[in-house]
Design a protein around this ligand. Structure first.
Ligand code: FUL
Length: 441
């Protein structure tokens, strides 16, 4: 064998052996698919839509729920046109009212005179989602201000049966189960001790692909605020030992930024409403968030390694209101315009530095990490080549599924990205450069 070849082969083997192996948490295939969705829509709908309350009392008459022209297809088509890949509906909010005829409740659509007690919002929505190729998800609140068993051990079994009636197959596959951490008092003044392992086990037995949301996962975590921003540093990993959903959850800071050495893969989901409240109110029709505000939310959620769950609440007709749907189309048009033209040209990697040719002016850098192999990058710098040499544009921290860096307006022939700290060999899977002439910081 040729000596040079032996030497080269030995060097290669040595390099492979000395490379720090990645030992951190990894995503499941379901979590990876979930993160790729990037944007999903939340629909808060129920008695509160008709009373104007945010938290119903649980004593509302069933007849109050009376959408005059329910059209879930309109929600789904609007969501699809706006680029959302899934919809999560409040099947049961804290007031206990079920948007489907739950066999273990007497406070449901069945007890209302809407469609003579034969209506089923989950049926209509899940069918519309299946027809349009949008994923269907459910918010089922463990807190129940109506159920007489709430506050007693029996309630946990009632809640399991509630889950079973939604997740057991009647409405097809569920991509996400949303568990709110709120744990208030029930009709008898008592609080419930939730059996989380039982609840999570029930969900995963019936819908193994479902990503379960709570303050501690196991599928994804709350981002720690309802304003629409993930941390500029944002790890997809979290430590959950000793924590529970709700009051006993990790600190807001941990939820917002994740834990660098977190033992579990539990990425952040940013839930925020397009309106001031979670439920629709006529009085808030003129307070729907502007395109500028939605772009800021997009950059600070999707652009910071988080999935965006944007709440667009249906109105008393059972439609997404025209103000909201128009705003969503304007938001979509803005995103399409900003990301239409990638001016990044040839990329060359040398060690932990990527040098990118730029074929036009830009002010946004999009980076993606190959997270199937773990989130590794902890710090990186971005430099532009100028007549005086390399000039630092910014110093940043994590990347993850997608990181969009807002750069100053830049014209250069070459850009350099250097990973200065990482948990193992950094793996960047995508680099893009774009010109955003719409959003102003
Ligand atoms: C909160 C709930 O208490 C709100 O009513 C709303 O559903 C929001 C998404 O989560 O914790």
């Amino acid at each position: 064998m040729n000596k040079a070849f032996v030497l080269a082969a030995t060097l290669l083997v040595t390099a492979a052996c000395t490379e720090k192996p990645f030992e951190g948490a990894l995503p499941s295939p379901h979590q990876l698919a979930w993160q790729d969705m990037e944007m999903t829509m939340f629909c808060h709908f129920g008695p509160n839509t008709f009373t104007g309350l945010e938290w119903g009392e649980g004593t509302e008459a069933e007849d109050l729920f009376n959408p005059t022209d329910l059209d879930c297809r309109q929600w789904v088509r609007t969501a699809k046109a706006a680029g959302f890949k899934g919809i999560i509906i409040t099947a049961k909010h804290h007031d206990g009212f079920c948007l489907w005829p739950s066999p273990v409740s007497k406070h449901t659509v069945r007890e209302s005179s809407w469609r003579n007690g034969e209506g089923d919002v989950l049926k209509e929505l899940s069918e519309a989602c299946a027809e349009e190729g949008i994923k269907f998800g459910v918010y089922i609140s463990p807190w129940d201000r109506n159920d007489p068993h709430y506050g007693t051990p029996e309630y946990n079994d009632v809640f399991v049966q509630t889950l079973e009636s939604v997740l057991g197959g009647a409405y097809g596959p569920v991509f996400e189960q949303w568990f709110d951490g709120a744990n208030g008092e029930g009709p008898n003044g008592k609080k419930q001790v939730y059996d989380w392992p039982l609840f999570n086990g029930t969900v995963l037995k019936l819908q193994p692909q479902a990503v379960i949301f709570s303050d501690v996962g196991p599928g994804c975590r709350w981002v720690g605020n309802e304003e629409g921003h993930a941390g500029r540093t944002n790890w997809g990993t979290l430590n959950i030992e000793g924590f529970t959903p709700g009051q006993g959850g990790p600190s807001r800071e941990s939820l917002n930024e994740g834990d660098r050495d977190g033992a579990f893969w539990i990425p952040a989901e940013t839930d925020v409403s397009i309106r001031p409240g979670w439920f629709w109110r006529a009085s808030e029709n003129d307070q729907v968030k502007s395109v500028q505000h939605l772009l800021k939310i997009y950059y600070e959620s999707v652009g910071r390694n988080s999935l965006l769950l944007l709440n667009v609440p249906p109105d008393t007709r059972g439609h997404l209101h025209e103000v909201d749907s128009t705003r969503l189309m304007e938001f979509r048009a803005a995103l399409d315009q900003i990301f239409a033209n990638n001016v990044a040209g040839h990329v060359k990697r040398s060690g932990n530095t990527w040098t990118v040719k730029a074929q036009g002016p830009f002010n946004r850098l999009v980076l993606k990490e190959d997270i199937a192999k773990g989130q590794r990058i902890a710090a990186f710098t971005v430099e532009a080549h100028t007549a005086e040499g390399w000039k630092t544009l910014t110093e940043e921290t994590t990347v993850g599924h997608k990181r969009i860096v807002l750069l100053p307006q830049t014209e250069t022939e070459e850009l350099r990205i250097t990973v200065t700290e990482s948990l193992a060999k950094p793996l960047i899977s995508e680099i893009g450069l774009y010109q955003d002439s719409i959003y102003h910081e």
